[in-house]
Design a protein around this ligand. Structure first.
Ligand SMILES: Nc1ncnc2c1ncn2[C@@H]1O[C@H](COP(=O)(O)OP(=O)(O)OP(=O)(O)O)[C@@H](O)[C@H]1O
Ligand SMILES: [Mg+2]
Length: 637
């Protein structure tokens, strides 16, 4: 497993003026991870609006845990508030603006199309009436009374008039006195006198007259067009009855949606055509009378108190000059603006859905974010504790190195003194042999123990002091072979065999042989020690060239006791050892780690308890320049 040193980093997140100090994992500055909590507590003491400290009143201050909870809850609320304000407000504003703009635009378009419709129908009706009046006038001007008096001639004219459109139901020639001179049509009207009728007086005055709808002698709603002509000092009238069916169809057959209706009213508000829903021809309309106006008037009529059940309507009116009729086109407001309403509903639904989605997403994201911050805080707590431990260990290391250095000299003196004692003992003859043997044994034991002490102090010094690095060409295979030969004797006594599998294609590498030797020796010693209690075992050493990455992999696999999982992360720590007191210093692997790192390589470990351990070293063919510079800087500094 590669050893990773904690990275020193500080992440400050300023978010709308708020510092998320929970992200602060500056291991170099502080290990106090409860700082954000304390900060907020301090703010609270300064008289924060929310007064969090005083909340418990007499019960005392909040616990650390409560403070954390309070802090995260506050963070949560702030995040959600900011996200919602920053996303919902613009969304609603834009939605609202688009909606208003669209509604205005669509209503204008609708009103315009309504107006076009009314104009179109008005023009058709006008054309119809004007065309019939003009034709009647033309006949009166081009034919004499004498000619038209002949029934056959009038019938011929009637036929010609109806040839194209078939919209005249009868035609009569009427004298100044009001009696018929000739008549063509389905009714028996020859003996009728019109001198007292409203239209007779009007046409005699104006020369041309289009009447309102009336029932007249025939008792059916109809209207007439009449023209006069002055001929040889006397006036006569040509009168045509317009075919009501044809005329009414022109208006009544117009369909506008489901609720639309089109009809004509005279000046007194009497229906001139039957409306689709609201009444019948010749009945009085409920619509209020209105004075003549030019152009088209469009208004929205709200239901009044008299008829609260009525629907809101859009009503367009246009006046004809002659006859004085009012064209009315109306439709229920809701239907006319159906599309606009639909678009409005759709926009509203869309807006609400978007708002809901934003709300859900911001809640989920904030929850996740707060959870991440919580975890970061926990991590920072742990890292802080680790850092404190590491700091302690570092000081302890320095202290031990100093002590080791100081102890080295007395040890050397003790060894010399021991040698003197031994020499003196050899020279002394008058001493009992048994006593001499015992003394020698004690002196030998002293030698063993002093050497052990020296080894410990030596290791300690090696760990704390860096020696100058010498880079040479190394044939790693033969280098390892030599190491195996060196260690074979010691291994054999423990029943351990060395197996080697070297890559023959491995070319010499450029590295530091003395440092590599130290690493290999440490690993082999550890592997031998791992077989403690086992009668036999193997240490398998192999090399593999990796030309692609310009690296060599060196593997040390043993069949020793293995390392429990929970200890795998600790074995590289300085002074970590599972060996008995006095047997191991716990510095071997940490020295290996720092050497390999300085040489630009990596060290990985895999282990299975009871089966063995495998250390894999990766050493570059050539030590990278940046590592060299770093080392050089450290060496000189
Ligand atoms: N090959 C291995 N098999 C099993 N355990 C190992 C092996 N190598 C290392 N260890 C474990 O890692 C610990 C640390 O090893 P390290 O070399 O750093 O110190 P040490 O061997 O205990 O002491 P020193 O190296 O000073 O003699 C060892 O005590 C041992 O528990
Ligand atoms: Mg060791």
């Amino acid at each position: 497993m590669a050893r990773m040193f904690p990275v020193r980093r500080t992440v400050f997140l300023r978010y709308f003026g708020m510092t998320l100090e929970s992200f602060n994992i500056d291991l170099g500055l502080t290990a106090d991870c409860a700082r954000p909590i304390r900060e907020s507590r301090r703010q609270g003491m300064k008289g924060n609006r929310e007064q969090p400290v005083q909340e418990n009143g007499a019960k005392g201050e909040r616990t650390e845990e409560e403070w954390r909870k309070y802090h995260y809850a506050k963070l949560y609320r702030k995040f959600i508030g900011i996200t919602l304000v920053c996303s919902l407000v613009p969304l609603l504003l834009v939605g609202w603006a688009i909606n208003i703009h669209y509604t205005r635009f669509a209503k204008t378009r609708m009103t315009e199309s309504f107006q076009t419709e009314v104009e179109y129908h008005k023009r058709i009706i006008e054309l119809f009436l004007r065309e019939r009046s003009a034709r009647l006038q033309l006949i009166a001007q081009t034919h004499s009374k004498e000619y038209l008096k002949e029934m056959g001639n009038l019938a011929h004219v009637f036929e010609v008039m109806n040839q194209e459109y078939g919209s005249i139901s009868d035609l009569g020639l009427i004298s100044e006195e009001g009696g018929h001179l000739a008549y063509v049509g389905p009714y028996d009207l020859m003996d009728k006198n019109y001198s007292q009728t409203f239209w007779f007086k009007n046409v005699m005055e104006r020369g041309i007259f289009v009447s309102d709808m009336f029932t007249g002698f025939r008792k059916v709603p109809h209207f007439i067009i009449a023209v006069t002509r002055q001929e040889k000092g006397e006036k006569w009238i040509l009168r045509a009855t317009v075919d009501t069916e044809v005329f009414r169809a022109l208006v009544e057959n117009v369909r506008i949606g489901k609720t639309g209706e089109v009809y004509l009213l005279n000046e007194e508000g009497i229906y001139q055509t039957s409306p689709r829903f609201t009444g019948k021809i010749m009945e009085r309309s409920a619509m209020p009378l209105e004075p003549f106006h030019d152009g088209i008037k469009i208004q929205v009529v709200e239901p009044d108190e008299k008829n609260p059940k009525a629907k809101k309507e859009i009503v367009a009116t246009a006046w004809f000059r002659d006859p004085g009729w009012r064209l009315v086109v109306k439709q229920e407001y809701s239907e006319a603006f159906d599309e606009v309403n639909y678009a409005n509903y759709a926009t509203l639904i869309f807006l609400h859905l978007s708002a809901l989605i934003i709300l859900i997403v911001s809640i989920l994201t904030t929850r996740h974010l707060v959870r991440v911050i919580k975890n970061r805080d926990i991590e920072a707590d742990q890292l802080g504790r680790q850092l404190m431990e590491a700091g302690k260990m570092a000081s302890l290391g320095e202290l031990s190195a100093g002590v080791a250095h100081e102890i080295n000299n007395p040890l050397a003196i003790i060894l010399t003194e021991r040698q003197i004692l031994l020499d003196l003992l050899d020279q002394t003859t008058n001493v009992d042999e048994g006593f001499k043997r015992e003394l020698k044994e004690s002196l030998n034991q002293m030698d063993v123990q002093i050497n052990r002490c020296k080894r410990i102090t030596h290791n300690l010094l090696r760990f704390s002091r860096r020696t100058r690095s010498v880079i040479e060409k190394i044939d790693l295979n033969s280098f390892l072979e030599e190491m195996v030969e060196l260690m074979e004797r010691e291994a054999k006594s423990s029943g351990i065999k060395f197996l080697t599998n070297f890559d023959e294609n491995l070319k010499p590498i450029l590295s530091d042989p003395s440092q590599l030797q130290q690493v290999f020796l440490n690993l082999i010693t550890n592997a031998i020690d791992a077989h403690d209690g086992k009668p036999y075992g193997t240490i398998h050493i192999s090399t593999r060239a990796d030309d692609e990455h310009q690296k060599v992999h060196v593997v040390f696999a043993d069949t020793g006791a293995g390392i429990p999982k929970e200890l795998l992360t600790k074995i590289f720590d300085p002074f970590f050892t599972t060996k008995a007191v006095g047997k191991g210093t716990g510095l071997g692997l940490s020295i290996c780690y720092s050497i390999i790192q300085r040489l630009g390589g990596t060290i990985l470990v895999k282990s299975e308890v009871g089966q063995g351990t495998e250390f894999t070293l990766t050493v570059p063919y050539q030590r990278p320049a940046e590592v060299q510079e770093g080392v050089a800087a450290r060496q000189t500094g």
